[in-house]
Every structure is written in structure tokens, then in C-alpha cells.
Design a protein around this ligand. Structure first.
Ligand code: FES
Ligand SMILES: [Fe+2]
Length: 384
């Protein structure tokens, strides 16, 4: 985050803490409960959002060298991300052009190509079909048009995005709509991938994202864990088109106030929560970066799945550094899973009852209103 933006936010926090206030939207927002439970709405979201927008799939550091690859099925199609010999990130549908077997599994390093596990057709890291065993049987087949199907992909700011269907290339800044200035300033290119975990709560995928979007609940739901670290109901909020940034302030903020303005660096005193439209929550927390890439789990509006990745400023080289990051990874998974998602699953259960037709987002919950407003707006645009 740029220095001027840090100072601007620090000043807002000084005001909010002195006046016991927080960023406010103009009015209450009523969000239909059906949006969390309706199979038709989910089908629409899957088609328009997960099928239409570039999705953030990985940090560059997850495939740093040529031949490094990872597969990802969470978007609903099997994706193979691999760094080519030319150093560029490629994305393909992980589907053999012979009879459809996945050509790669999991992740790996320094692969020169991919040998399909069914009949051993061989593909390069550029997706080209290089070799067919028993080629006599396929004389009439044009190898040049039977490479892995390429997906539009872009690598920028140390992050990788891809679309889930073949088509035109995209420019990710068109989707980031201004939030890229923050991303560029963090220098993710130099980060290290510590670990990725998976959670599959019985909650709508949007309800998963909602849990990150206000600090109003911290002293109540998290009274035994992070309430001692983060102020409740004190946050700044900024929209970047369909994306957004909320910043929560930590209880050590007075240390920053004691410093001259020119030395203000808000990172040690805040937790930044971005939504990168449509489904990625990016958390910048002191030195660590987390991403929560959240998807619907199949066709069930009551179920989500997500990849949770932790990135560190450098590769841990000592046992104590590894232990430190391991504890952080365990803590973040535990707090969210045991506190937010345990309650979220009960909320999802209640959504299916006739209790009410709308949830109410307070004026002090502007990030929730913006997230759902953006989704509704983009789905409506797609329906026109
Ligand atoms: S399905 Fe891949 S080689 Fe046959
Ligand atoms: Fe929470």
C-alpha cells in the first residue's frame, strides 16, 4: 500500500478511535436470504461469475521456475497451471485430447512435460501435443490442433489469474479497477508460498466471504481468540469498482500515533481485508499474506470449498521461523473454522427456515453492502 494511502487511513483511525465511530454507508442494506439458498441463483453465479471473470488461482511464487506446475479443480473445471520454458505462466484445461484423462495431478517442480497416465500421450509445458505412442493408429490426426486447450491467463503483481473457459485474453487491471495500486505496492513477487489448506463448510460461498467483511463481530464471536488483538467495529472502507478494501485496526495502534507522521507505516497496526472480485479474500496481516479463494461446492448453494494459502515475506530457513509460520497458519485456520464457520453453518441452516426474507447489513457494515451490491450489479449486467 502506498505511503499516502497509509497516512490517510491512519488519520481516519485516529478520528474513529477518538469519536468511537467507524466507516458508515448511507443507509441500511437488505440482502435477500434467498441469495444464499437458491439453486437458480447459484447456477447463475456459476455461469456468470465463475465462468465469466478471471479468477485468482495462485501467487507467482507457487510456480517459480520453468516446469513448475499445480492443478486446481475448485472452479468447476480442471485447470493446469504451469510455467513454460520461456518463463511465462500458462493455464490449460487439464484434459487429455485423446480420451480426456487428466494429464497432471497435484503439483510438482521442473517438469519437462506431461505424460497422460492412460495411454501416455506426451504434452509440453507449452501445451503442445509432442508424442503419440503407436502413432500409426492416429495417422489422420493433426497433432498441431490437439494440444491441451489453453485458457486465458495473466500474471501481474506477483499473482496469477485465469479464466475457466478458452477465449480472448484479458487485462486484469480492467477487473481490478484501481485496487492494483495496492497490490503492486506490496511486492508479492518476492513472497514465499508457505502452505495451502482446504476447508469445506456447509455454507453458501458468499456467506464465507461475508465473515471477513466487518469487525463488528470481533469482540463478541472472537472474545476468546483475536478480540484481544483487534478493535471491534472500527474500520476504514474503500471501494475500487467491484473490488474493495476494509482495514481493521489492531490494539497496538497507539504505538503508531507516538511516531512522526513521516514514519507512519500502518502494516504492523492493522489487518487489511480485500475482496478481489468475485471470490478471493486477500488478507494482509502484519508480515503475512493470506488468500481465501472461495467457490461453491458443486451445485449445492449450502456448501462451499476454499483454498487457504499463507505467503511469507521470505522462505523460513530456521526451525523457529518454520514453527512461527506454522503456528500462524494453524491459528488462522482454527479461528475461522471453529468460530466463524461453526456459527456460519448454523446461520445457513437458519436461512432455510421461514424466519425472514432479508438479512440487514448495518451502516457500520459497508463492506457487506458493497460486496453484495457488486455481485447483484454484475449478475444483472450479464443478464441484460
Ligand atoms: S486419454 Fe490421454 S493418452 Fe489416452
Ligand atoms: Fe470472524
Amino acid at each position: 500500500m502506498e505511503k499516502t494511502v497509509q497516512i490517510e487511513n491512519a488519520k481516519k483511525f485516529i478520528e474513529y478511535l477518538e469519536t468511537k465511530s467507524t466507516a458508515m454507508s448511507d443507509s441500511l442494506y437488505r440482502n435477500p436470504v434467498l441469495q444464499y439458498t437458491c439453486p437458480e441463483r447459484l447456477a447463475h453465479e456459476k455461469e456468470q461469475l465463475f465462468g465469466g471473470y478471471p479468477l485468482h488461482l495462485a501467487f507467482s511464487c507457487e510456480i517459480p521456475e520453468p516446469g513448475d506446475f499445480r492443478t486446481d479443480d475448485f472452479s468447476g473445471v480442471p485447470i493446469l497451471l504451469v510455467r513454460g520454458a520461456d518463463g511465462k505462466a500458462n493455464a490449460f484445461l487439464n484434459v487429455c485430447r485423446h480420451r480426456g484423462a487428466p494429464v497432471a495431478e497435484g503439483c510438482g517442480k521442473g517438469q519437462r512435460g506431461f505424460i497422460c497416465p492412460y495411454h501416455a500421450w506426451v504434452y509440453g509445458t507449452d501445451g503442445a501435443l509432442n508424442y503419440i505412442p503407436g502413432e500409426d493408429g492416429f495417422e489422420a490426426l493433426d497433432k498441431a490442433t490437439h494440444g491441451l486447450r489453453r485458457l486465458p491467463v495473466q500474471e501481474k503483481y506477483g499473482m496469477i489469474w485465469a479464466k475457466t473457459a478458452p477465449g480472448e485474453d484479458f487485462e486484469i487491471d480492467d477487473t481490478l479497477q484501481g485496487v492494483e495500486h495496492d497490490l503492486a505496492a506490496y511486492g508479492f513477487e518476492g513472497f514465499h508460498h508457505f502452505e495451502t489448506g482446504v476447508l469445506r463448510p456447509k455454507m453458501n460461498w458468499k456467506l464465507v466471504i461475508d465473515t471477513f467483511l466487518e469487525s463488528y463481530h470481533i469482540k463478541v464471536l472472537h472474545h476468546k481468540s483475536i478480540a484481544s488483538l483487534i478493535e471491534s467495529n472500527v474500520a476504514t472502507f474503500e471501494a475500487f469498482g467491484i473490488n474493495q478494501r476494509g482495514i481493521y485496526v489492531r490494539k497496538n495502534f497507539d504505538e503508531l500515533r507516538a511516531k512522526p507522521e513521516s514514519d507512519w507505516n500502518i502494516l504492523p497496526y492493522t489487518t487489511m481485508v480485500y475482496v478481489l472480485f468475485p471470490n478471493t479474500v486477500l488478507v494482509v496481516q502484519q508480515e503475512q499474506i493470506e488468500t481465501w479463494r472461495v467457490y461453491p461446492d458443486g451445485d449445492d448453494p449450502n456448501a462451499a470449498k476454499m483454498h487457504i494459502s499463507l505467503y511469507t515475506p521470505e522462505r523460513p530457513t530456521t526451525e523457529s521461523a518454520t514453527r512461527h509460520w506454522r503456528n500462524n497458519m494453524d491459528l488462522l485456520m482454527k479461528v475461522v473454522d471453529e468460530e466463524d464457520f461453526t456459527l456460519g453453518e448454523k446461520m445457513q441452516f437458519g436461512f432455510r427456515s421461514p424466519a425472514q426474507e432479508h438479512l440487514t447489513f448495518g451502516r457500520n457494515e459497508p463492506a457487506l453492502a458493497h460486496f453484495h451490491g457488486s455481485l447483484d450489479r454484475m449478475l444483472a449486467v450479464a443478464a441484460e
